[in-house]
Design a protein around this ligand. Structure first.
Ligand SMILES: [Zn+2]
Length: 149
């Protein structure tokens, strides 16, 4: 699953969570739940790299936009949800830049084992999940902003 989609679903978890700890844990759980769903992937690394870089930058932009649009009363938990939902994929840039994953082997094995249903034909699904999640985040933020007036 694209990290941008993990970020946006982590924002939804953060918006629903009662606090930052539950938001972070819920974000991590959402990451593995989404990775277990059939999604885009199963391409050679040299083909994935340009998409991964674009996705990483889009994910960072999404974090910034979501954080700025979230009412201050919910910012810490939303940030915690986005962080929890993104952290499991730090193994990818860590392998590229440092040659190793920062996680224990059991975590990496579990992460790889649940992603067996990847397909290069599922990019449209990724884009739909991203747009739908962004729309939901925007609607919840709008409602939160309205209820504070
Ligand atoms: Zn993952």
């Amino acid at each position: 699953m694209l990290v941008t989609n993990h970020v946006l679903t982590g924002a939804l978890v953060g918006l629903a969570a009662p606090g930052p700890v539950s938001a972070f844990v819920g974000g991590v759980v959402s990451h593995f739940a989404l990775d277990a769903v059939p999604h885009w992937g199963d391409r050679p690394l040299e083909e994935v790299m340009p998409i991964a870089v674009t996705d990483g930058l889009t994910g960072l932009a999404a974090i910034t936009v979501v954080w700025r649009r979230t009412p201050s009363s919910h910012r810490v938990r939303v940030l915690a949800g986005m962080a929890g939902a993104s952290v499991p994929d730090l193994d990818k840039p860590s392998r590229v830049f440092f040659g190793a994953s920062p996680f224990p082997r059991a975590v990496d094995d579990f992460h790889a084992r649940i992603q067996t249903r990847e397909s290069s034909a599922r990019m449209p699904q990724e884009i739909l999940v991203g747009l739908g999640s962004a729309l939901l985040v925007g609607l919840v933020q709008r409602r939160l902003g309205r209820s504070r007036r």
